[in-house]
Design a protein around this ligand. Structure first.
Ligand code: DGY
Length: 334
């Protein structure tokens, strides 16, 4: 009887704990090594994993830098970096290309959850939700008063969206339901029919939009071009009653300049899900009024994280079968 054609299972190393069902499915399909302690890996541990795996499943808390890819090249084993997450700014894509490692991500499945969280921040900051909650918990609320806890109305305000990809557009759809008018700045103008559907006004010039809108939300990727896209000069252009929301990447905003702008009253408040040096947060942000801080939880739903895991598995399986993974980030040499 001929020997069954059994392909060896790829060695897959996962850098953080994933939803239980995702880990269980990976264990069925692959020769998987899980990180049961869930401690973020050190650079040495990442390099070691890159030497020993066919597939490395990394995430935003891993700095997958040139040294990691150089370690991978020592054995030439690593062929696929299947990122659990949509952002890839923690991965040195040039070094990945040089090491001939395919990179994939998980777009699409966290769009609605992230857009919902941006809306939650848009509602929370002008309406002082976090301050009110703290007041009640501190036992310092002594009853309703005509002038108590006043914030700013959302309806009728102008929202400026920086980055009109999937998440930006999902925010625009939600924002219209709250009576906000939608403005956006994006490298490319949306097709006229999409603009019409979203009732969105395109601003070619970011400075001009910043000066005009009441609430700014950042939803572009972090790249060398968008690093510190919003700094002291941009805060000086904004209206004093403007609010800024960031659920994209902390590095897009110069956090020091943000603290200075808030302290000087150049803008009215900020809602932040991401920080420049996560998980460290500038102490001034903790103390400034008008600031809502949440711990990088835009995509943190059971459903979303499960779907992200399924995308990671699908990318690995398609790659194992010798095809181009559906969510390949780099083109040209796979
Ligand atoms: C991403 O996917 O890039 C998020 O920031 C982490 O969920």
């Amino acid at each position: 009887m001929p020997a069954p054609n059994v392909r060896p299972r790829p060695k897959v190393i996962v850098t953080r704990r994933l939803p239980q069902a995702v880990e269980a499915r990976m264990a069925e399909l692959f020769d998987v090594e899980l990180n049961l302690g869930d401690e973020p890996m050190t650079q040495e541990q990442l390099a070691d994993a890159a030497r020993r795996s066919d597939v490395l499943v990394a995430t935003v808390t891993d700095e997958v830098d040139a040294a990691v890819f150089s370690a991978a090249s020592e054995t030439g084993k690593l062929k696929l970096l299947a990122n659990f997450g949509v952002g890839v700014d923690h991965i040195d894509l040039g070094a990945a290309r040089a090491a001939k490692v395919v990179v994939t991500n998980t777009p699409g499945v966290l769009t609605d959850d992230t857009a919902d969280m941006v809306m939650a921040l848009i509602l929370s900051v002008p309406r002082r939700l976090a301050e009110g909650e703290k007041l009640v918990r501190a036992g310092e609320w002594h009853g309703w008063s005509p002038t108590g806890m006043l914030g700013h109305r959302i309806t009728g305000k102008r929202l400026g969206i920086i980055g009109m990809g999937r998440i930006g557009r999902a925010i625009a759809t939600r924002a219209r339901g709250f009576g906000l008018t939608v403005h956006y700045h994006n490298r490319h103008r949306l097709p006229p029919e999409v603009e019409a559907e979203l009732e969105a006004t395109w601003w070619d010039n970011l400075d001009a939009m910043l000066a005009r809108v009441d609430i700014i939300t950042i939803n572009c990727p972090h790249t060398p071009e968008t690093h510190h896209l919003i700094g002291a000069r941009q805060f000086a252009l904004m209206q004093r009653q403007a609010y800024i929301i960031n659920a994209a990447r902390g590095e897009i905003v110069d956090e020091n300049a943000l603290c200075e702008a808030l302290a000087a009253g150049k803008i009215a408040g900020a809602g932040l899900d991401v920080f420049e040096n996560e998980p460290a947060i500038d102490q001034r942000l903790m103390e400034l009024p008008g600031v809502v801080l949440i711990p990088h939880m835009g995509s943190a739903t059971f459903e979303g994280r499960q779907a992200m895991g399924e995308k990671v598995i699908a990318n690995i399986r398609v790659w194992v079968d010798g095809h181009r993974p559906p969510d390949q980030v780099l083109e040209g040499w796979a």
